[in-house]
Every structure is written in structure tokens, then in C-alpha cells.
Design a binder for this molecule. Structure first.
Ligand SMILES: CSC[C@@H](O)[C@@H](O)C(=O)COP(=O)(O)O
Length: 355
């Protein structure tokens, strides 16, 4: 199967602006948002024009380039880096990308003693943003092959695989190709895949809107189900693997990902499906000992009780809308990164690969 993932260009740099494929309105509209300032980028991240852990890190890096207006003081550039870094709390990739931009700025300042942003600093920040973007695409391609190899090594020959995924961890959520969807693409490319069970992913519908859209572009067979049908689908169909992305993986292998992932891991454990997390090393946060320390983003009530302009619940309904949960390492069979694959993750195995 010919891969057409390059058709999905969710993030691009026009030379002066950051161009984002608007994920709020996909798949019914193909609409691009142009960001001319760092504030525009922070707003696009908060409003989820761009979303997915690696994609928001890459966007923030380009946001830092927009923040670096020549002649402006270094202290106001640093304040804008803080603003970008705070746009969403859970995915560590955002903070990781901004830290790379901050480090470069500090190095430049200490070697040149400049107090203003110069053309030379701006060029360095631009090169770093492009590097962050390109490194992500190549990490995804490597993880696609590692994940596929690990799955095939643990499956009996001659049977095409059924996998389940949650949220969108595809080209839209990354620099290109995808993490969980990268492994799924790699399986499809060599005809190892029967079909993908896509959970719709309430409330924002990343599965039904975005993953289904990407799989349609690639002609990969899939079925969308409501999140509550996952257990039913696992009992009525042979689902070999649940494959998901991650927003933050802590030093013991605990993993934050889209709300509902923890429940899926419990279901997978009960039904004998294997559970794989696919994420680049930029998603690993060795500074946190366990998932208990991860800040979980809670978003507004309207995401949950409104569908377009239609109310789904009585006006004054109180709502809880955590948008991520934490899957304990004990429920994860494999963590796939571009540095290698960890089976049955533990703190010692994480340390070996990431320290
Ligand atoms: C490669 S993307 C991995 C995760 O970021 C993804 O699974 C996810 O949870 C995204 O959440 P979102 O709220 O859509 O940004």
C-alpha cells in the first residue's frame, strides 16, 4: 500500500506565519488558520486548532520564532516563551519544545551579551523550530517500524491484526505520520492489518472526526464506535492490540493520555488484548516519579454539554470534564519510542533508556 501521509500537513511555516489545519472543524471543512504572533499560536493551542502532544510542541516552537521580533528585549521574548509554555498543561512536549528555545536564547545571550533580539538569534530559533519539527517526523517513522516489528514478533503468523485506537495520535497530532497511527500505518503498508476499531473519543470526538478522516485518506479499513462500546467490541471481536499515543510518560512508565485510555487499558487486560503506548522521547518526563504527579487538564463545560449550538443536558447541569487520565505502567505491555521498545515498563527500564 502506497502511504499518502504526506498529504496531511497540519503544521507548516509560510516564511512569515505559522499555518495550521484547523482541527476544530475537520472533517466537514478544510480550513487553515494563519498565526502571525506568539499570542495567535498560544490561542490556537488553547482552542485546539492544533492539538496532540507533539503537534502542540512543534507549534509552540514556531510560536517562539514569531515571538522573536528583532529589536525587542530578551526579557519580553522570555515572557512570551512562558505564555506559550502555559497554553496547555498536560502534554510535556509543549514545555520540552519551549525549553529548547529558552536554552538557545540563554546561550546566545551569554555568548553575545545582547539585550535585544538580533537577526542572528531569530535565525537560530528558526533553525531549532525546523529541527524540532523534522526530528518528530523521523521519530514517528522509526516508531512505526519498531511498533510493527514488536507486534508481529508477538503474534501468531498468518493472521491479519485487528487493533483499537483512542483519540487521534496520527499525522494531525504530530509533525507527520503519527505515533499510534504511525504503527497502524506501518502495519497497513505491508498488509498485516484487518481493521482498526476507532473509539469516537467523547467529548471532542478526535476519534470520529480526525482519526476516521486520516484513515479514510489512507484507505485503511476502520469502524467507529462510541467509547462505551469498547468492552462490547472486545468481547464480540478478536482485537489483538489497543494502540494509543501519550501526553506524558513518567519515570515509572505511567502514562497520561486522552480521557478513557485508562478504562481501555483495564478492558484490554480483562479481555486478553495487548496494550501499546507509542510516543517520542519528547513525551517522556523523567522529572516526575509517577503519574500521580501529572497535572490533568480540565476543560470547559460547553465541550461536554453542547453539540454545535444544541444543548445536550439541562442548562444548569454541573459537569466534570477532565480531558486526560493516567494509565498505570502495570497495565501497559509495551512503550514504543524512537530510542527503543520497553516491554512491561518499570522505573529501571525507563531509566536505562532515558537517563
Ligand atoms: C500523538 S498524540 C498523543 C496524545 O496527545 C493524544 O492521544 C491525545 O490525548 C491528544 O489530546 P488532545 O486533547 O486532542 O490534545
Amino acid at each position: 500500500m502506497q502511504s499518502s501521509f504526506s498529504k496531511v500537513e497540519a503544521i507548516s511555516w509560510t516564511g512569515t506565519q505559522l499555518k495550521l489545519l484547523d482541527q476544530q472543524v475537520l472533517p466537514s471543512q478544510i480550513h487553515y488558520v494563519l498565526c502571525s504572533t506568539a499570542e495567535d499560536v498560544a490561542k490556537a493551542i488553547q482552542q485546539m486548532v492544533v492539538r496532540g502532544a507533539p503537534a502542540i510542541g512543534i507549534s509552540a516552537a514556531y510560536g517562539a520564532v514569531l515571538a522573536a521580533t528583532e529589536g525587542q528585549s530578551i526579557s519580553s521574548l522570555m515572557a512570551m516563551l512562558d505564555m506559550l509554555s502555559a497554553a496547555r498543561p498536560t502534554a510535556v512536549n509543549l514545555r520540552w519544545a519551549i525549553e529548547r528555545m529558552r536554552k538557545l536564547t540563554n546561550e546566545h545571550v551569554s555568548s553575545s551579551a545582547e539585550e535585544q533580539v538580533t537577526a542572528s538569534l531569530k535565525n537560530k530559533l528558526m533553525a531549532e523550530a525546523v529541527a524540532i519539527h523534522q526530528e518528530d517526523v523521523s521519530a514517528n517513522q522509526i516508531m512505526g517500524q519498531y511498533g510493527k516489528k514488536a507486534i508481529l514478533a508477538s503474534s501468531s503468523a498468518g493472521h491479519k491484526l485487528s487493533v483499537m485506537t483512542h483519540c487521534n495520535a496520527g499525522a494531525l497530532a504530530t509533525g507527520g505520520y503519527g505515533t499510534a497511527l504511525g504503527v497502524i500505518r506501518a502495519l497497513a503498508e505491508t498488509n498485516e492489518l484487518d481493521k482498526v476499531w476507532v473509539n469516537e473519543t467523547r467529548p471532542w470526538l478526535q476519534g470520529a472526526r480526525l482519526t476516521a478522516w486520516e484513515l479514510t485518506q489512507e484507505n485503511i479499513p476502520f469502524v467507529v464506535g462510541v467509547d462505551g462500546a469498547a468492552a462490547y467490541h472486545m468481547t464480540t471481536n478478536k482485537i489483538d492490540w489497543v494502540i494509543v499515543g501519550a501526553d506524558r510518560i513518567t519515570a515509572n512508565g505511567d502514562t497520561a493520555n486522552k480521557i478513557g485510555t485508562y478504562g481501555l487499558a483495564l478492558l484490554a487486560h480483562h479481555h486478553g488484548c495487548k496494550f501499546m503506548v507509542v510516543a517520542p522521547s519528547s513525551t517522556v518526563d523523567m522529572s516526575l516519579a509517577s503519574g500521580e504527579e501529572i497535572e490533568i487538564e480540565c476543560r470547559g463545560r460547553n465541550e461536554l454539554i453542547m453539540l454545535g449550538d444544541k444543548m445536550l443536558a439541562p442548562e444548569n447541569t454541573s459537569v466534570s470534564n477532565p480531558v486526560f487520565d493516567v494509565t498505570p505502567a502495570s497495565l501497559i505491555n509495551m512503550i514504543v519510542t524512537e530510542r527503543g521498545v520497553i516491554e512491561n515498563p518499570t522505573q529501571a527500564k525507563m531509566q536505562q533508556l532515558f537517563c
